[in-house]
Design a protein around this ligand. Structure first.
Ligand code: ZN
Ligand code: ZN
Ligand code: FE
Length: 766
């Protein structure tokens, strides 16, 4: 052991760090910190995280350890740090060692991150060697999850493996003082991916030429398929009604709103009201799509979001987006950037597949040759009560783990049917997948299977049990059953609304087995009695539940047909409540005489008319009754359009009495009908209905509080995407002294189900 004449004795230190520490500039950060503190030794990635061996003066070692925790790079997240004093080693310098994969270990993987300020500055700096290079990135930004094929996260295991670095890029990659030190996707115009423009009648064009022709076509009102970070977008001028209508026609998506993108916040603010929290979320490293209240005088095509008072805006999140939207006279300020798919199919992400599937949708293609390994849709959020609230959790967030409030053996939870996500869980990590979508066709199912395979591979995790929904016919359930059989694993089924409840508990880091009141309000979920549940007030926790209260069953005539036609649901509700089908009512008028008599026969003879307690279907029925929406072209349309017209000043409400565990909507429906026939305005009727549901939530919780002494309430299910209802219910419940848990890390819709399945299954594994 060497003793320096001036300093105290040298010591050794070993540090293990777990968390998001790979691909986020962590090793260069440690390196530079070590140099600054005059330490020797090394740092390396392991498949568990990052490992450090450092030698030096004890005071410096302590300061080094402190700085690791307080000054780490913005994208890194330390979940666990362990350090121990060891014998010093005789290293002369500090170095970064190559990665050490260990079988069976796993490490969290960084999501894709939007372009950082530094890269953006270089992109528009004529003196920079990456001036106008559409694939500029650095350690602090760029693609991650979408290009990773395997771990550890090193270039040869990404889709950048086919782009050998030029000497300039290599120098930056090797220089610990450089912002691109060990940035795996680093590239430049000399060595990296490039743009190419394809159309049927012209020869391919490359790089800046490709960009300029794409911009020219957009300006002329054409529709382009643009390859992005996690898949293809379909783009067109958002202020050009013909272009937007044409895109709608080609996509066969009649009413569902399109996402829009603007170059900067100032442009978005011309069209929407943007709060401080919304501004922050739009420009966060994740750059999700944010639902914003549109200004009444906004001049975009009304075909972008028909019958809605919100617009879903994105800011550019890749260098290519910035170049594509760069302001210039006559160029569209706002582009539609909707997912590149035919209605209901998954978003295209492979070049061949895009050419096949999108050639009838797009006039031209703006491609690049950096492959996307896994498709990832844009995340969709809104701000609720000043904080982010998920509608869809995908790009920028997946595959970040949801921290679980208790430890789990390795589990695979396959989620639900609509808005599917799956979850691979182990220890205290719930690796919740990117958005898979509605599992109604082969493409989506294939992408679900591939996603599961990829996650098990990436996180080196083999499930010891498979968890699924109670619904026997869900594609995800069938997959789970097959897999459990093939691999001889236990299969655990969790009731849908119980999974909503436990997902909301996990979302709020609820640790105990204490039961809470769960308001699981959604469209569809298979009940323990075989009926279609959806207006459920449960009392339960991780270990089980009791169905304390639920909406009275009504027939769902023709199943899915009535989900697509709220008018039919309105008449089914009237029939069940013994109320007449007045000829002047909008749903009665919207259905022809034949359909009405067929419907009546179905109801009377209970032909293909399963029973449902669905809250979503009650929203549909009311929306149709008061003349808002008779036919839904996308899920939730009737409720979303009703929410949009609510009169904020209306305080009236209708009775929804609870008796013997049943909530009977007959009183509500007959009062609503009377008001409608008396000519009360639609906005006031819509408001009274929302007020009634908020009141019901309060009544039910008060009843259960007096029975069980419980004052915690969890709100989950797709109905809670309704901001008006959520605001009103939260107000009522808080005023009455309830502790209300709402979703914050997960969407309230079925995108949360997989996490709920994991939490409920842990108990059953014991
Ligand atoms: Zn950057
Ligand atoms: Zn290069
Ligand atoms: Fe649900």
């Amino acid at each position: 052991m060497q003793v320096n004449a001036h300093a105290t004795q040298k010591q050794g230190l070993k540090v293990h760090i777990q968390g998001v520490v790979q691909g986020v500039g962590f090793r260069p950060f440690v390196y530079n910190l070590a140099i600054a503190h005059h330490l020797t030794g090394w740092v390396r990635n392991t498949s568990q995280g990052v490992e450090i061996q450092a030698n030096g003066d004890p005071k410096n070692l302590a300061a080094f350890l402190q700085a690791i925790q307080s000054q780490h790079p913005p994208l890194a997240r330390i979940d666990h740090l362990a350090s121990e004093a060891i014998e010093p080693t005789d290293h002369r310098s500090f170095t970064i060692l190559t990665s050490q994969p260990q079988p069976g270990d796993f490490v969290p993987i960084s999501p894709d991150i939007s372009i950082c300020e530094d890269c953006r500055r270089e992109l528009f700096d004529p003196s920079d060697r990456r001036f106008r290079y559409p694939f500029i990135n650095c350690t602090n930004c760029g693609p991650r999850f979408t290009i990773i094929q395997d771990i550890p996260y090193d270039r040869p295991l990404t889709t950048m493996a086919n782009f050998p670095m030029c000497p300039d890029c290599q120098r930056e990659y090797d220089d610990p003082a450089n912002r691109r030190f060990h940035a795996q996707p680093v590239a430049c115009p000399v060595c990296g991916p490039r743009l190419v423009f394809h159309s049927q009648n012209s020869k391919p064009m490359y790089q800046e030429d490709a960009l300029q022709i794409a911009r020219q076509w957009l300006k002329e009102g054409k529709i382009l398929a643009v390859k992005g970070l996690g898949g293809f977008h379909l783009a067109c001028d958002a202020a050009n009604p013909q272009a937007v209508e044409e895109l709608r026609r080609r996509k066969r998506r009649s009413q569902k709103p399109f996402a829009v993108m603007a170059f900067d916040l100032a442009t978005i603010e011309k069209y929407c009201q943007v709060s401080t929290a919304e501004r922050k979320l739009l420009s966060s490293p994740q750059h999700p799509l944010v639902l914003l209240d549109s200004r009444p005088d906004a001049s975009l095509s009304s075909a972008i979001a028909p019958h809605q008072n919100t617009l879903g805006f994105l800011l550019p999140y890749t260098p290519l987006h910035f170049l594509l939207l760069e302001p210039s006279p006559g160029f569209p300020e706002v582009l539609v950037m909707t997912s590149g798919n035919l209605s209901e199919e998954p978003i295209a992400y492979e070049d061949e597949d895009a050419l096949n599937r999108l050639s009838n949708l797009a006039d031209g293609f703006l491609f690049h040759n950096r492959p996307i390994h896994i498709r990832t849709d844009d995340s969709v959020m809104r701000i609720f009560a000043g904080e982010p609230y998920f509608i869809r959790r995908s790009r920028g967030y997946a595959p970040d783990a949801i921290p679980l409030p208790r430890t789990t053996p390795p589990l695979l939870a396959v989620g639900a049917e609509l808005k599917n996500t799956f979850c691979l869980a182990r220890d205290r990590y719930g690796f919740l997948s990117h958005y898979i979508g509605d599992m109604e066709n082969y493409e989506t199912y294939r992408s679900f299977e591939e996603g599961i395979h990829h996650f098990e591979h990436l996180f080196h995790t083999q499930p010891r049990a498979i968890v699924c929904d109670l619904h026997p016919e869900y594609l995800a359930t069938r997959y789970a059953r097959q897999r459990a059989e093939q691999e001889n694993l236990p299969l655990i089924s969790i009731q849908h609304h119980h999974a909503h409840l436990t997902a909301c508990l996990a979302d709020n880091s609820w640790e105990t087995d204490d039961p809470v009141i769960g308001l699981s309000f959604d469209g569809t979920g298979y009940g323990s009695d075989g009926a279609i549940w959806g207006g459920e007030i449960l009392f339960g926790g991780y270990t089980g539940f009791e169905r304390a209260l639920h909406f009275k069953y009504v027939p769902l005539p023709g199943g899915d047909t009535s989900i697509r036609k709220p008018a039919r649901m309105a008449l089914a509700h009237l029939w069940a409540a013994n109320l007449p089908w007045e000829p002047s009512l909008p749903p009665v008028q919207s259905l022809c005489a034949e359909e009405q008599s067929a419907l009546k026969a179905q109801l009377e003879h209970r032909l293909n008319a399963p029973l449902t307690s669905s809250m979503g279907r009650l929203f549909d029925a009311v929306s149709a009754l008061i003349g808002i929406c008779q036919t839904a072209t996308y899920e939730g349309q009737a409720a979303i359009e009703m929410e949009a017209v609510v009169d904020p000043d209306e305080t009236g409400f209708y009775p929804l009495p609870l008796a013997n565990g049943i909530i009977d909507p007959v009183g509500l429906l007959s009062a609503l009908l009377q008001d409608y026939l008396a000519g009360i305005s639609i906005p006031r009727l819509a408001a009274r209905f929302h007020n009634s549901i908020a009141r019901l939530a309060l009544d039910a919780c008060q009843t259960l509080r007096s029975t069980y002494g419980c004052h915690t309430v969890a709100l989950s299910g797709g109905v809670w995407q309704n901001k008006v209802l959520l605001t009103k219910a939260l107000q009522e419940l808080k005023r009455a002294g309830f502790n209300v848990l709402i979703h914050r890390q997960l969407p309230p819709n079925d995108g949360c189900i997989a996490i709920g399945q994991v939490m409920a299954a842990i108990h059953q594994m014991k």
